[in-house]
Design a protein around this ligand. Sequence first.
Ligand code: SAH
Ligand code: SF4
Length: 395
Amino acid sequence: MTDATAPITQDVLTLPRKLPEGGRINLVGLTRDQLREALIAAGTPERQAKMRVGQIWQWVYHWGVRDFAAMTNLAKDYRALLADRFEIAVPEVVTRQISADGTRKYLLRIAGGHEVETVYIPEDGRGTLCISSQVGCTLTCSFCHTGTQRLVRNLTAGEIVGQVMVARDDLGEWPEPGQGSTGDRLVSNIVLMGMGEPLYNFDAVRDAMRVVMDGEGIALGRRRITLSTSGVVPEIARCAEEIGCQLAVSFHATTDEVRDRLVPINKRWNIETLLAALRDYPRLSNSERITFEYVMLKDVNDSDADARRLVRLIAGIPAKINLIPFNEWPGAPYRRSDWDRIEAFADIVYKAGYASPIRTPRGEDIMAACGQLKSATERARKARPRTGDEPRPGA
Ligand code: SAH
Ligand code: SF4
């Protein structure tokens, strides 16, 4: 079973902004203020700095340009100076898998040789990008594949924004010069539901989302961004105030006894404490409903009594309940609830007045579904026979 005693602490393993290659600073992920400071430090006159930030920002985040030489509204010498001191770097795509249902999973390599996964889920001409906030996770939810991997490090803001930029590159979504926007966006929504607990990497996630929301760049509104947390109670109010995005919470159980087993952070902040924080969220963030994620595990949390307890617990909170059929992974200690059980559960929740969509599993053939993400290096390491083991046939 799972190690429920794993540390529930905030790791501060974020990399310095300066990257080794030529000592150039990566501009991706800097906030406007940070960019301004960096430009001034590189010799930009202070009175010009704000305007230069605006120009560079537009090239990088509106047009998707990666080469300073293409920034034609800047003087040639200044472009050369920028190229000397800065870079516009996004994670490297190691592999891209496309599922039979169109879901795309990217394995990305980041500084230090680490790998994270990002998933694009298309739907009727729009699409949701599921991004990661950490390599691995400090938490050990017993049904989650990422939870079996140790935390390696937090992602930087640049690596979080970079995932969005990589997806837009692959989908060819940057606007062509001279062409207006068509209004349809391929990456129309972002969910922080990949690897990691976003509220344990708060500052980088906040800065990255501010870059993504900025109206002169990628310009995805705060209502199009959903942050999913396992329930890091002290950070929930900050999320409302400093990001203001939509909130999803990995609820998954209706008694502390079961939630302690499924989502061990519950031992630190139990259901009652969590619900109190959630009650305040809509007011603090001026946002709409909270999404309660509920993974359907056969004979564990899927009874009619659970459904009824759930609606009693959340009474008074503007909510929608997202039922997630458990996505099985090799060695998982649970099974997916039967379909008629999931529907019966959904029905009780629906009749109590809550939207209760059942999340259609997407990208299962490429292990891209919710909770299955885990770095490929980690999988390979686990699968590799130890020294002295007989090599497995075909391995
Ligand atoms: N750490 C954050 C966000 C990442 S997980 C969190 O826990 O909320 C995104 C969602 O997938 C969470 O609701 C998580 O509980 C769920 N999940 C994890 N493993 C799953 C699995 N194997 N099947 C279905 N959902 C899973
Ligand atoms: Fe971490 Fe979320 Fe997985 Fe729990 S469900 S182990 S918090 S990624």
